[in-house]
Design a protein. Structure first.
Length: 401
């Protein structure tokens, strides 16, 4: 046995050990979570009392309209929080443990998807470690006491479930799952065409058997149309317009978001350079302040570029061309491009670009095919790098609190 192969054999134990440490941090954070921080609880409490407005606000993303306060998020995070609120009221805790459950369910789903798409062991194991502990999914799980992050954990799980169900040909359940994802993260609506493609055999002609194709589209589309109707009605009842999501009525405190919105609005090409730089090239940036800039003060809250924090994404370069990967790639490119024009790149965040979670499920389909062509240990090293950087982030934030 060569020294190189001996070192390669250390990679998997190192990955499992690092995942164990990161999991321990998740468990500790979940056990020490305090209530009164996640506005999904306020939404759930409002639903239980037969209203859509809330009596208070735990964070910035609340709108004032006609003398009432509304959480601007779509309704499903509030629905998901109902069991916690029934048990603990509007100031309940338990969102991080619930997000940990979502994390493990997501990983179980992706383990099945990776194997179904042809990834073999240990490739699918490294892919699972990448998703759970070397991607923004870990960050939104450990921060799930805030509604922004909790909604993303829920949305990722539901999108993953929709992909799993589409591959199995269960289009009604796929439609229900992606509808729940849409009612958590609106951008997931664009997964619907990909789900239809995934439900077909890879070698089946796309435009043949049109009756079957139409039947599939109807089965997938009906739950989605119902979800769109629910969301439009939800907006109409809250803000008097089906297309008004409430962001126009948020009164942000003085700061970068308020300055941006007042100068350029919710969407603008002026945000592209900033968002593109942080998405593609911004490194892990610890802030040092005080005399001589020698005191560790924290980490840049606009995050780290996804190819720096999760360099294993680069394996998408080796994705083979087939119908599934082409549609997945178009979805990744489309969602990535659209969010470059948004006023926030995910702020606040640290070792992530958390909006990556919107297109990560599509990217994972590409990687499941790409990794089958690779025998190099570099993918495992890239996953370990991302896991290690997450560990450094946790340690740094613990030191500066």
């Amino acid at each position: 046995m060569t020294s190189t192969s001996k070192r390669e054999r250390l990679l998997l134990p190192a990955g499992i050990l690092t995942a164990g440490l990161l999991l321990a941090a998740l468990v500790y954070t979940g056990l020490t979570e305090v209530g009164g921080k996640n506005s999904a609880a306020l939404m759930a409490d409002a639903f239980l009392h037969g209203r859509l407005w809330v009596t208070s606000c735990f964070d910035l993303d609340c709108a004032r309209f006609d003398g009432r306060t509304y959480v601007v998020f779509p309704p499903f995070p509030g629905v998901a929080a109902l069991p916690l609120v029934v048990l603990g009221g509007a100031t309940t805790f338990g969102f991080i443990p619930l997000a940990i459950l979502c994390l493990f369910l997501s990983l179980l789903i992706w383990l099945r998807v990776f194997r179904q798409l042809g990834a073999s062991k240990p490739a699918w194991l490294w892919l699972v470690l990448a998703v759970g502990f070397s991607s923004p999914l870990y960050f939104v799980t450990i921060r799930a006491d805030g509604i922004w992050f909790f909604a993303q954990a829920i949305g990722f799980l539901m999108t993953s479930l929709a992909i799993h169900e589409a591959l199995a040909g269960r289009l009604v359940s796929a439609g229900v799952a992606i509808s729940c994802a849409f009612l958590s993260r609106q951008m997931t609506l664009f997964y619907v065409p990909l789900l239809l493609i995934l439900s077909l055999r890879p070698d089946a002609p796309l435009l043949s058997a049109m009756k079957d194709r139409i039947t599939r589209a109807v089965r997938l589309g009906l739950p989605v149309l119902a979800a769109i109707g629910i969301y439009l009605a939800y907006n109409q009842l809250r803000f008097g317009s089906a297309l008004e999501n409430g962001y126009a009525f948020i009164d942000y405190p003085p700061g970068v978001l308020k300055e941006r919105l007042e100068a350029h609005g919710l969407w603008s090409r002026n945000y592209v350079p900033f968002n593109l730089y942080h998405a593609m090239v911004q490194g892990f940036h610890a802030r040092f302040e005080g005399p001589g800039n020698l005191e560790l003060a924290g980490i840049d809250r606009f995050g780290t570029a996804f190819l720096v924090a999760s360099p294993w994404l680069a394996i998408m370069f080796f994705t083979p061309v087939n119908r599934r990967t082409v549609f997945s790639g178009l979805l990744v490119a489309g969602l990535f491009t659209v969010m470059l024009f948004y006023h926030s790149n995910g702020y606040t965040q640290y070792n992530v670009q958390r909006y990556m979670l919107d297109w990560l499920p599509a990217a994972l389909i590409m990687m499941a095919y790409a990794i089958q062509r690779q025998t190099s240990p570099l993918f495992a090293l890239a996953v370990l790098w991302g896991m290690g950087l997450n560990a450094v982030t946790i340690a740094t934030m613990a030191m500066v609190r």
